[in-house]
Design a protein around this ligand. Structure first.
Ligand code: ADP
Ligand code: UDP
Length: 240
């Protein structure tokens, strides 16, 4: 069997059901638009486990997502969507490209979440775009954008609380949305939510517990992902 899509961190496979796909988490890691590459033993398993716990939690709180079920350690079944080519980034604290763009130092909390959009295009390096670009590029309608903003803020509120309960600050993260293949009028949260696409800082020590450990060669990358999983699991075992 051949995957229908192979990306930087995951593969997509068809299933017997035309409305669902199998999404496989690979051990590959990339950063800086694919310029930096590595492979980490267990990364696929850890991201799948973390993302599955988060999607199950979001579904329980009423957020519509593509998640169907975990198949095994590195595979999930998801509803097939047509991905909107707009990446939604939500920031609670200054970091990463926000600091590069503005000159602001890292770690300054925002008075309200900052939402930004980028065009999902590896060839162009995922450039920052705004609602006007998105409308004219026909990536999404203004109504879709209102829904994306509202959903992103809801997810941010839910996940900021969820991570805070396990001693982690949700600094920023990226979301992707898509139109259900079975009902294109419905937009759901898709892709993954894991330390690959979130900045998570330990609330007590300030330690980075996410892909910045790889980006910045801080070491102990998988140990940090393992710790995030351990805390989320413990939280769900005690509070459901
Ligand atoms: P990239 O494409 O950036 O290299 P990945 O390696 O994570 O990223 O590949 C996963 C791809 O699958 C992404 O392009 C993502 O937009 C897409 N995707 C995620 N969820 C779904 C889904 N439910 N249906 C169809 N495509 C999806
Ligand atoms: N992010 C991502 N994929 C992208 C761009 C960003 O998952 O293509 C995540 C990233 O991990 C971080 C947040 O979105 O948690 C904000 O990233 P930023 O814009 O600061 O970019 P970076 O400097 O990390 O590339």
């Amino acid at each position: 069997m051949q995957p229908i899509y192979e990306g930087k961190a995951k593969r997509l496979w068809t299933t017997d059901d035309p409305s669902t796909l199998r999404m496989e988490f690979k051990n590959d890691a990339t950063a800086f638009n694919g310029e930096k590459k590595a492979s980490f033993e267990n990364k696929g398993r850890l991201n799948n486990a973390i993302s599955t716990l988060i999607y199950q939690y979001l579904e329980k709180t009423g957020i519509p997502t593509h998640f169907v079920r975990q198949i095994d350690e590195t595979n999930v079944e998801v509803k097939k969507v047509e991905i909107l080519m707009v990446e939604v980034i939500i920031r609670n604290v200054s970091a990463g490209s926000y600091c590069k763009r503005t000159g602001m130092e890292e770690g300054i909390p925002f008075s309200q979440p900052v939402i930004e959009f980028s065009y999902k295009s590896d060839a162009l390096g995922d450039p920052l775009i705004n609602d006007d670009y998105i409308r004219e590029m026909k990536l999404a309608t203004p109504e879709d954008m209102a829904f994306l903003r509202e959903s992103a803020l809801k997810v941010n509120a839910i996940l900021s609380g969820f991570f805070a309960e396990v001693g982690l600050k949700l600094v920023d993260f990226k979301l992707e949305f898509g139109r259900l293949a079975s009902d294109p009028a419905q937009i759901v949260l898709a892709d993954e939510i894991s330390p690959d696409g979130c900045r998570l800082w330990d609330l007590k020590t300030g330690e980075k517990m996410d892909k910045d450990r790889f980006r910045r060669d801080l070491g102990n990358v998988m140990e940090a992902y393992e710790e995030v999983l351990k805390r989320l699991k413990a939280r769900l075992e005690t509070n459901g």
